[in-house]
Design a protein around this ligand. Structure first.
Ligand code: ADP
Ligand code: ASP
Ligand code: MG
Length: 420
């Protein structure tokens, strides 16, 4: 018999009827003789509401208290699911992060899991008791305070629990029946991918496809966790086909590259609207300037993504454009202002009306011309490219936010990803 971790996201536990539906999925695995640990998110909308209250209480909130507030959403669902399971005759018990314990570092609000001792949890689920664990939260052991893992963090909780109990599989149940070639809510012609490699999934997630949190994919890749994405809205009866051998015709399995037989050049398209563009105009073009701009940003833990530097036409002054998370824009401008004495005189322009569109595929390693096709297709739609960045398996472009959806749909068709 197998040890199974099942994770259910916010939409899947949005009300009591949906929690009962989730309980039926859990009972199915339990009745099949498997040992089950469940990881739950807060009910849809709850975390947003909690974050709003914190911000309204004070924009200069203490991050430890932010965590004390936002971690509560998951506590509600874990308790309710345990009650509903017990009502169905399934032996179940809820567990909060600190009770397991899920140990994290001290980066409150976006903490990383540092350690989980899974032995006691594994022993419990092997007795047939279902463990219902709160996602998104853990405890920072030095101060003994609750810490949360960043938005979407329940995916990471699930994979970490799977690693800790040495589970045979980690199933992420959400509101779509798998990973698609792009967000199916933007492109109705998007296709479900029966399999996707860890590397591609990692790029998709980090470039904006929020179906899985980036850290959950990282963790699954490092520990080679068998990770599947399924829909909680598929009726439990139809899920008998979901066994450890495969997925039949439902869901997506995230797996090693060499398990994927039919490889497309481009497997998927991601988009992110939460970036901001900063242009430093008329800065001196001489050695050390880039270091004096990006050094202070790094010291302030501001992540810079794309960087474009123009060649100075007169050999003296140039423009430099880069992107940061939109939420970090005002902090970025403050840091630049503070460093002005060091950088030398410059003007700064910024905008958060931009979107980053990325095409991803491990097939790009062995195919030339993918970028050229991308630029041509965007040009034909009159979409201007503001910045470009590439890696071995992806190309990203920054464009005006107003064209984001048009760009995604155009590229999706052009690379032959549209469903028949
Ligand atoms: P949950 O609450 O279950 O964690 P999320 O809202 O975090 O669910 O993630 C699921 C959503 O991810 C889907 O509803 C879909 O709109 C979005 N999404 C974005 N890109 C993709 C993709 N490539 N494939 C599937 N879903 C995607
Ligand atoms: N409830 C948290 C959030 O909304 C964590 C999660 O759902 O994964 O971000
Ligand atoms: Mg999510």
């Amino acid at each position: 018999m197998a040890v199974v971790v099942m994770k259910f996201g916010g939409t899947s536990v949005a009300d009591l009827d949906r929690i009962r539906n989730v309980a039926r999925h859990v009972k199915r695995e339990h009745d099949a003789g498997n040992s089950v640990a469940v990881v739950v998110s807060a009910m849809a909308g709850t975390t947003n509401q909690l974050v709003t209250w914190v911000n309204d209480a004070s924009p200069r909130y203490d991050r430890r208290e932010y965590d004390a507030v936002v971690a509560t959403g998951e506590q509600i669902t874990a308790g309710l699911l345990a009650i509903v399971l017990q009502d169905m005759g399934v032996n179940a018990r809820s567990w909060q992060g600190w009770q397991i314990p899920v140990e994290t570092n001290a980066a409150h609000g976006s903490a990383r899991i540092s350690h989980i001792d899974g032995e006691a949890l594994r022993a419990r689920v092997e007795t047939g008791e279902v463990a219902v664990v709160t996602g998104f939260q853990g405890v920072e052991p030095a101060q003994g305070r609750i810490a949360t893992l960043g938005r979407g963090g329940s995916d990471t909780s699930a994979v970490a629990i799977a690693v800790a109990v040495n589970a045979d599989v980690c199933d992420i149940y959400t509101d779509v029946d798998g990973v698609y070639t792009t967000d199916p809510r933007i492109v109705p012609k998007a296709r479900r991918l029966p399999k996707i490699s860890y590397e591609e999934m990692l790029e998709m997630a980090s470039l904006g496809s929020k179906v899985l949190q980036t850290r959950s994919v990282e963790l699954a890749m490092v520990h080679r966790v068998r990770l599947r994405v399924l829909s909680s809205f598929t009726p439990p009866e139809e899920m008998a086909a979901v066994n450890l051998e495969g997925l039949a015709n439902i869901g997506t399995i995230v797996t090693d590259e060499d398990e994927i037989v039919e490889q497309q050049v481009v497997s998927g398209i991601a988009y992110a609207k939460d970036e901001a563009k900063v242009t430093i105009v008329n800065v001196a073009d001489k050695p050390g300037v880039a270091a004096r701009i990006f050094g202070p940003l790094a010291d302030a833990s501001i992540n810079v993504d794309m960087i474009v530097q123009n060649v100075a036409s007169d050999g003296k002054r140039t423009d430099m454009t880069f992107t940061v998370q939109a939420a970090e824009l005002s902090r970025t401008l403050d840091v630049l202002k503070a460093a002005e004495a060091d950088i030398g005189e410059f003007e700064v322009r910024s905008s958060d009306d931009v979107a980053k569109i990325s095409v991803i595929g491990i097939g790009m390693r062995s195919h030339a011309g993918v970028a050229a096709e991308m630029f041509k297709a965007l040009a034909e739609k009159g979409i201007n490219i503001l910045a470009i960045s590439t890696s071995e398996i992806k190309i990203s472009v920054l464009i005006d936010a107003a064209y984001a959806e048009l760009a995604v749909r155009t590229l999706h068709s052009m690379y032959g990803l549209d469903a028949a």
